[in-house]
Design a protein around this ligand. Sequence first.
Ligand code: SF4
Length: 616
Amino acid sequence: MRRLLRVNLSKGITKEEDIPQKIQNDFVGARGFCARYLYDEVKPNIDPLGSQNKLFLTVGPMAGTSAQAFSKWIAVTKSPLTNTYTRSVGGGDFGAWMKWAGFELMIIEGKTAKPSYLFIKDGKYEIMDAAPIWGKTTSETQGYLKKVHGPKARMVCVGPAAEKLVRFGPIISGERAAGRGGTGTVMASKNLKAVVIVADRKEDIANPAEFKKLVQEQVKAMKAGLGYGVFKEYGTVQGLDYFYPVFGSIPMKNWRYGELPNWPENIGMWPFSKITIDHVGCYACSLKCGKIRQVPNGPYKGLTVEGPQFEGAWVFSGPTGCTDTNATLVCNHICAEQGLDVISTGNSIGFAYELFEKGILTTKDTDGLVLKYGDPEPMIALVKKIAAREGLGDILAEGVKRASERIGKSAEQYAMHVKGLETPGYDPRARKAMGLNWALSNMGANHNFGWPQQEIGDPKPRLLDPTQDEGQGDVIKWNHDSTAALELSVACIFPSHHLQLYDHELIGKLLAATTGVPEFASVDYQFLVGEKVYNLERCFNVRDGFSRKDDKLPRRFLTEPLKGGVRDGEVIRTPDKIIDQYYQLRGWDSNGIPSRETLVRLGIGEVDKDIAKFRK
Ligand code: SF4
């Protein structure tokens, strides 16, 4: 029987529960389970940082097995940044350990009276005193917990920034983060510093012979796949050299420009490759896309960090115009240590640089910092200030949406976010399906909620021209449903969706062999469940008042043509046509509310009573 662990921090009670067979069949796993339990158990209009919010940690059925790239874990909650549903995916070993401990889902509810951490070993659960680690960095915390619980312990934790309720604190494991939407801030708001698991490897496979055969097929497909070698060698930063010259989609100086001097000579896969000293990855993944890098010279010489990945490299260079490789390592390191989402942090800093240029902020607001494009020191100083909630950092720690409201003076027109979630490193004017993926996403501007691979040459379900003004709603829907389907088993998005090294068919067979449920092998069934999950997450937001008015992009993308680069002059012209097409294909009304027929078709008709009043 597949199980969950319920942890009530207020009462100090832990309880193992079987996941009912109907939920297993209807929602398959991981993100599917979270959608069901979140909708049922987190009531409308609660405060995301109050004790009524719940935090869900989940893994898929293949976590901790020899299947490649299935051991990542997902955090789901109501976001303190956006007030919407949010989900964030983390890597490392923790997912394998969680599965070995016997669970595919942890539901963490309530709040402890004092800082605590949860310790799991041999079927026993203890809520322990976190006084020695509260306020400590993530490496100090993990070092301490390993010392106390031994080398077999694996953990997730939050950093000091989340403890200070910076709204975009991630949950960290090693140096990998479930970064987006403030899942770590929710964990810290519950006074929960860490979850530690000691467990031994075990595989629980319904059909071991078939499973072994399928894993061999998967390994073979991966190694033979186009892109495997380059991705393994350079990791995600390879995209810096590709998206800049071919797509002109790397945003510069707070989404005004499509070009920047010294790019990608300074910020690209070659400069990062020169300072890479090791390759690391998640449990059972030969791609090892994590890169250990070392600062070779200058004031931070010798600093050794895992990263940056593509987003961390871009966000601490493009937005501030600082093409200093070492500075990107430093900023990423501070984010990992203090517990900050790199995208939201760097985006907030880019926003501040533009406000400073326009005179909306002055040195009186920045504690004397001169936010000059190209100068990395104020950027580094602001990362530290955000983590400490000090001076301007205290305002930026609220995220650009709230910060712009607080600053006033028309600052909101420079705040780049969707539903409050800061935009990642792709200019939607240069990649329009990417932009509409954000606008229509259940969690705001997340590139990996429905990455439009079709803009860069994937013919499934059909190719897209990145600059086409309308007609791509069907592909955006396909990507949203496909990603939700992949995350029923927490299949890592890189080998499956981005590199297309294997597909839903193989994943379905692995799911069926692991769980013993033959229906899971069907690609149609996976997409149907993905669609159901997407709609249920949408209904969670609708119940809190979200609708079409929130499915929008920042005005800049609609009114200011992109300056420079290969997509010079591009602008998003007809977003409403794409949104209308998407709603129609989804079976939603013109206000973006799922119709009763759609909910019934998907087997979640019972939620109609909650959302009917929001229809037009
Ligand atoms: S590709 Fe990278 S993120 Fe994905 S499982 Fe492998 S190492 Fe982890």
